[in-house]
Design a protein around this ligand. Structure first.
Ligand SMILES: NC(=O)c1ccc[n+]([C@@H]2O[C@H](COP(=O)([O-])OP(=O)(O)OC[C@H]3O[C@@H](n4cnc5c(N)ncnc54)[C@H](O)[C@@H]3O)[C@@H](O)[C@H]2O)c1
Length: 269
């Protein structure tokens, strides 16, 4: 892999990545695996997941675990976390990437579409966050006499927001509201999980070259690239490298509760 930050940074660790069958989630899973992690790849379709995981293993990275799980299905998320824990004994990190869009202006937006978008982004992020903590990190904390887990083990959550959480985007009342909520939830989670010594951060990308952006078309993508200060839209690997950096305690071990604006300078807070 050409974008290795620190060889073996996550050896012996297990990370869960949602939305991992394509786009940013796939690049994140691949990058974390190439840094030594066993990655549990979560997405909807078992066939696409198996293909993606086989590809990562064929490159010489640890073979990922796959889970065909809808992130909005509470029982499925609970059993996915339980089986990852059973297989690996430990979950070090969660990267909540899964997402959908159903763009329409407010007057044309159906309530079902609004709820579906909120559910995948916000509820999915909540469910994986709660389950890993409830099944794993909180029991460790209790077993430690309710004392902070200063055991030197790397623990992190990286959530996915978007530049549009702060800037707004026509047609995306559901998506932008979910992303704004994810930013707030990231801060609350960082506060609640400090005793578990889990660093909780979010990335707010600008446009990234994935199937989610396909509807924009080539001219639209070029125009978006011109709107950045670096002169191009991001590739999924740009986001994956940012996740790997945040996940690495040697690089961002002192950073929690933050939103990383990975938008090429398209929007300056
Ligand atoms: N692409 C961009 O320009 C961009 C910009 C800002 C933020 N983001 C965010 O980055 C994340 C990834 O986006 P992407 O561009 O890679 O999208 P994508 O559409 O290429 O991939 C999303 C993946 O999530 C999976 N998924 C959808 N619903 C799911 C569910 N209910 N359960 C499990 N998996 C589900 C899909 O099957 C797909 O594999 C999203 O949260 C998105 O909002 C993307």
């Amino acid at each position: 892999m050409d974008r290795l930050l620190r060889d073996g940074a996550f050896e012996g660790e297990t990370h869960i990545v949602t939305g991992a069958a394509q786009g940013i989630g796939h690049a994140v899973a691949r990058t974390l695996a190439h840094h030594g992690a066993v990655v549990a790849m979560v997405d909807l379709d078992p066939g696409r997941l198996a293909e993606a995981a086989d590809g990562i293993a064929a490159e010489g990275a640890p073979k990922p675990i796959v889970a065909a799980t809808n992130v909005t299905d509470e029982a499925a998320v609970q059993s996915t976390v339980a089986s990852v824990l059973e297989a690996s004994g430990c979950i070090n990190g969660v990267v909540n990437v899964a997402g959908i869009t159903k763009d329409a202006r407010i007057t044309k937006k159906s309530y079902d579409d609004f709820k579906a978008v909120m559910a995948v982004h916000l509820h999915g992020t909540f469910l994986f966050t709660r389950e890993v903590a409830a099944q794993h990190w909180h029991p460790l904390f209790k077993a430690n006499g309710n004392q902070p887990l200063d055991d030197g083990v790397n623990r992190f959550i990286v959530n996915f927001s978007s530049v549009s959480a702060r800037n707004g985007n026509i047609g995306q009342i559901d998506y932008t509201a979910a992303k704004g909520a994810i930013e707030s939830a990231t801060k609350t989670t960082a506060r609640e999980f400090s005793g578990y010594r889990v660093r909780v951060n979010a990335i707010a990308p600008g446009p990234v070259n994935t199937p989610m952006l396909a509807a924009v078309g080539e001219d639209g993508i070029k125009a978006m690239g011109r709107a950045t200060l670096v002169g191009r839209i991001a590739e999924p690997e740009d986001m994956a490298a940012t996740v790997a950096a945040i996940a690495d305690p040697r690089l961002f071990g002192y950073t929690t509760g933050q939103i990383f604006a990975a938008n090429g300078g398209m929007y300056l807070d």
